[in-house]
Design a protein around this ligand. Structure first.
Ligand code: NAD
Length: 358
């Protein structure tokens, strides 16, 4: 069979090293010749960001960070950056903080150095998101891709185990969904498979020893690969469903991804045997779903959407909105009926195997 594909690798510098964030940031600010740095970090993340920024002299601190980046929050940060002639944005925090830096970069073109402290992966994508009047809009623009990412696993030590598990499975979802997303290709599939391997080893180590660095480093490395694969392959069915659950029903981001993933895998795997074989091999399991479920059991992962405020009454609207967004290229044709079955099973945490019949 001919191998024919078109692939784009996004240009980004990555500096990885535990305990090295402050040193790496100072070197990067100097290398980029930045004179007027704005540091973005939520109030909660501010002490961590203070340590990371110890070797630089920011002109401005922006701590007004809100999940899903409301337009008003973005406008305030944009005005502050313009008012201080900022020439570099440094964000230290989770996906919400990175998201605010991206919102500023989107309209100003100011480069970003991202220092992530969760496993969300936004730092490795050119995808931005903004929320206006309770509706989340996303888009793709290379101006929001951070110029540099600085990974330091010590910054993730404070992330509680349950949030580490949910956030890490959000990364796992980037990997798995990449294998059938609209621009899936052999390069992003290779990154996704290595991401699954790293996460399936790193996350149990984080759970067993939350204060240890080995598992945290593996998880961070795996989540970077996951996000690169996702940025390249695009959003598949899993991301489209979770986007609706988060955007319209305000369900928490990482926990929603962690809960929905086995249902999407069970749903798609029979119609995507090559992807399923790749996932199984990356888990070191005989079967893709078995591999994921074994990991989820070890991690005591989130299991039912009902636990996060989703209800049976919400399903018809979620199905209606998601059906419009799910790519037509999804390996298994999606209908209102089978999507209702998927969400109904995910609502209560029913065994996903019930979805495998084509
Ligand atoms: P988040 O940034 O909202 O962080 C969750 C919570 O963890 C917050 O309270 C935060 O203060 C806290 N936190 C962060 N780092 C911590 C640490 N080291 N120790 C203890 N607590 C810490 O959530 P998230 O899951 O990181 O990101 C979710 C957001 O990112 C969503 O808005 C999602 O849409 C977006 N996202 C975007 C992309 C993209 O490509 N654009 C990719 C993934 C996620």
């Amino acid at each position: 069979m001919n191998l024919v594909f078109e692939h784009v690798t996004l240009g980004q510098r990555v500096l990885f090293g535990s305990g090295k964030a402050a040193e790496h940031l100072a070197a990067e600010v100097s290398r980029l010749g930045a004179q007027r740095v704005m540091v973005i970090a939520s109030e909660f993340e501010r002490p961590m960001a203070g340590q990371v920024a110890a070797g630089i002299d920011p002109v401005l601190w922006q701590t007004d960070v809100v999940m899903h980046v409301p337009v008003e929050t973005a406008e305030k940060a944009r005005a502050a950056a313009a008012g201080h002639n900022v020439d570099l944005l440094v964000c230290v925090g989770g996906g919400s903080t990175t998201g605010l830096a991206k919102a500023v970069a989107l309209t100003s073109g100011i480069p970003i150095v991202a220092v992530p402290t969760t496993y969300a992966g936004s730092e490795a994508t050119n995808v931005w998101g903004l929320t206006e009047a309770a509706r989340k809009t996303t888009g793709v623009d290379d101006r929001v891709l951070p110029a540099t990412v600085i990974y330091d696993a010590e910054l993730t030590l404070s992330l509680p185990v349950d949030l580490s598990v949910a956030s890490g499975l959000n990364g796992m979802a980037h990997c798995i969904d990449s294998l059938w997303a609209p621009r899936a290709d052999p390069i992003n599939a290779a990154l996704a498979a290595e991401g699954i391997r790293a996460l399936s080893q790193g996350l149990p180590a984080v759970k067993a020893d939350p204060a240890g660095l080995d598992g945290r480093e593996q998880a961070l490395y795996g989540c970077y690969l996951a996000a690169v694969a996702f940025a390249s392959a695009g959003s598949g069915i899993h991301h489209k469903i979770c986007h609706v659950l988060g955007g319209t029903f305000n369900l928490p981001h990482a926990q929603t991804h962690a809960t929905v993933l086995p249902y999407v895998l069970a749903f798609n795997a029979p119609a995507a045997p090559q992807a399923a074989a790749r996932i199984a091999a990356a888990f070191g399991a005989a079967d893709a779903l078995e591999g994921l479920q074994h990991l989820r059991q070890v991690l005591d992962a989130p299991r039912a959407l009902a636990d996060y405020g989703f209800t049976a009454e919400d399903i018809p609207e979620a199905v209606r909105i998601a059906l419009d967004a799910i790519p037509a290229s999804n390996p298994r044709p999606v209908t209102a009926e089978n999507l209702t079955a998927l969400l109904t099973a995910a609502l209560t945490g029913e065994d996903p195997k019930t979805l495998t019949d084509l």
